[in-house]
Design a protein around this ligand. Structure first.
Ligand SMILES: [Zn+2]
Ligand SMILES: [Zn+2]
Length: 155
């Protein structure tokens, strides 16, 4: 997938832009992501803090503590309730809820985290990076695998 790229909520009131090349894309199977999305897992796109901007509408903040113990802020559309971005205290990256990106169907996650709480029917490919909890390498392998994948996209 090429960047910069925009995304937005279900009703269209809140729009954002990813203005820099993301650092990674993975699926998170933690209990917070399952409850928040109402789905089996969430797709998280790691982006530098200065590579993300809200460009339309007024998102609202929900404060919570993640399974990792990290304090996070989830930004969502006040009209349709769709979560767009998570901001973790003390990190220089944020995570975009990647399913809200325009053209999200092109996305190819490179790994899975927090699989200890994954749904029992989930199956993981051998060529994907899989972590029972948060990655113990500071997301280094998830970042390099994503960078490699992006470099193979033509033009
Ligand atoms: Zn909305
Ligand atoms: Zn999660």
């Amino acid at each position: 997938m090429h960047f910069p790229r925009e995304g937005g909520c279900q009703c269209g009131a809140v729009r954002y832009a990813v203005t820099r090349e993301p650092a990674s894309l993975y699926c998170c199977h933690c209990t917070n992501c399952q409850a928040q999305s109402g789905a089996a897992f969430a797709m998280s796109m790691l982006v530098a803090r200065d590579g993300f901007d809200f460009v339309q509408g007024e998102p609202q903040a929900y404060h919570f503590v993640a399974d990792s113990g990290n304090r996070k802020i989830g930004w969502f559309c006040p009209d349709c309730g769709v979560r767009l971005m998570h901001d973790t205290e003390g990190r220089d990256t944020i995570t975009v809820r990647a399913g809200t990106l325009d053209g999200a169907q092109e996305l190819q996650p490179v790994g899975h985290i927090w699989t200890r709480s994954a749904q029992a029917w989930m199956q993981f490919d051998q060529d994907q990076l899989v972590y029972a909890q948060a990655p113990d390498d500071g997301y280094a392998a998830l970042k390099s695998s994503w960078t490699r994948q992006q470099s193979q996209i033509p033009g």
